[in-house]
Ligand binder design. Structure first.
Ligand SMILES: Cc1cc2nc3c(=O)[nH]c(=O)nc-3n(C[C@H](O)[C@H](O)[C@H](O)COP(=O)(O)OP(=O)(O)OC[C@H]3O[C@@H](n4cnc5c(N)ncnc54)[C@H](O)[C@@H]3O)c2cc1C
Length: 376
């Protein structure tokens, strides 16, 4: 017997899952366009307090170090101290925002599954009961799904392995030999912070990193977003926006490049109990040596700065995934199910993108509900 049939199921027009930038922007636009909280929609979040993933960002990621943090709609984030941890600044800002717009996020509520309900509705099953809804805005971000690649010998490593999601700040690496894996902004930030404390650092990436000169203007931003958009339109797993924009060549990166901290090595072939190792690979010895063939680096720590994947396992019963592994999305709407919107997913996985996506998802949802009413 389905246990949900034994408990009361509240009916709403929309459920927003997640109260980070994307979920709060959606909730703001729902309210603005006349949806009433609790009667017409609810916002569910599994964190114990405000801030979305920002609650968990490492303390050395100060507000001055984040690039392009856009305010939420309707209330600017002003006068933030750039020396304070962004986890504090943004968590406090989200808290003020929720109170100012009376968003009453329900937390901690873990959404376990979303499945087909009755009468064309979706059933949202959670740790705090179930909701039956006409539409869904999924805004669950990526923080809960750190991506760990697998390499031969990984389980034999005698040192410590951790992911960016567990990065404790640079002091924890004092006197240690650290291998940092990954070609994104997190990897370069970790290296620049850790190098003054560590005994040695080694940076490895699969592809040579691409740095871009000069300011990243709006047109370049639009082009990058369009590339990610094209992937999700085809149903491929989204890539991060940074993976298509490259890394900004700022002063800190320039220094790292000139003093050797950002001396990138190709990806190692295997992990040994004592460190990492590059095989000979190519039969051409010279080329192999150029690529670091036959080389070993001893390590106490491997830090995987290898990114995150969308946290969407709870949507699995809806079978939205394409054979390519991603969910096909037009704007924010899942092509396979127009009741479902993904905000902060793929091209909208940035603070500015999440803002816009929230507005556009609400516009679509209003249209869908109006059409349903007219048809009824
Ligand atoms: C280290 C780092 C730095 C970044 N810096 C920037 C930057 O400077 N500028 C920028 O624009 N972007 C930055 N980004 C990207 C950033 O993550 C997004 O811009 C934005 O903050 C994501 O917002 P979101 O609402 O999509 O996700 P999140 O902030 O992750 O919010 C998702 C929420 O959903 C909740 N949730 C997840 N699953 C469930 C579930 N099953 N049930 C209930 N609740 C659930 C989570 O608890 C969380 O509160 C950065 C990302 C990282 C990893």
């Amino acid at each position: 017997m389905n246990y949900m049939s034994e408990v009361e199921v509240a009916e709403v027009q929309a459920v927003v899952i997640g109260a980070g930038q994307a979920g709060l922007s959606s909730a703001y636009h729902l309210r603005r366009t006349g949806f009433e909280l609790d009667r017409d929609f609810v916002v569910l979040d599994h964190n114990p307090g405000p801030g979305g993933a920002w609650r968990y960002r490492w303390r050395s990621l100060t507000y001055g170090k984040v690039h392009g943090m856009h305010s939420l709609p309707g209330m600017e984030l002003t006068d933030a101290d750039p020396a304070r941890p962004s986890s504090e600044v943004i968590t406090e800002y989200f808290d003020r925002y929720e109170r100012r717009f009376d968003l009453r996020v329900r937390r901690p509520v873990q959404v376990r599954a979303v499945r087909e309900g009755t009468g064309g509705r979706l059933l949202v099953e959670t740790s705090a009961g179930a909701w039956s809804t006409r539409t869904l805005i999924n805004a669950t971000g990526t923080w809960n799904r750190p991506f760990w690649p697998r390499y031969e010998g990984q389980e034999t490593f005698l040192g410590r392995q951790l992911h960016t999601a567990q990065y404790p700040g640079p002091e924890a690496f004092a006197g240690q030999r650290v291998v940092v894996v990954g070609g994104g902004a997190s990897a370069t930030q970790h290296l620049l912070e850790i190098a003054p404390h560590a005994a040695a650092t080694t940076w490895v990436t699969r592809r040579p990193p691409v740095f871009h000169e000069g300011p990243f203007d709006e047109e370049a931003g639009r082009e990058a977003v369009a590339l990610v958009e094209e992937r999700v339109r085809q149903g491929l797993p989204p890539r991060s926006v940074v993976s298509v924009t490259g890394l900004p060549l700022n002063d800190a990166i320039r220094r790292g490049l000139s003093d050797g901290v950002l001396d990138r090595q190709p990806m190692f072939d295997r992990i040994t109990p004592e460190g990492v190792e590059w095989g000979w690979g190519s039969p051409l010895l010279e080329r192999s040596r150029e690529l670091g063939g036959g080389r070993r680096v001893a390590a106490d720590v491997i830090l995987w700065a290898t990114g995150f994947r969308p946290a969407i396992d709870h949507l699995a019963p809806l079978r939205l995934r394409e054979p390519g592994g991603g969910i096909r999305v037009e704007g924010t709407r899942a092509v396979a199910d127009p009741r479902v919107h993904l905000v902060g997913y793929g091209p909208s996985a940035s603070t500015v993108g999440a803002n816009r996506a929230g507005r556009s998802a609400v516009r679509d949802i209003r249209r869908l509900l109006t059409e349903e009413r007219v048809a009824a």
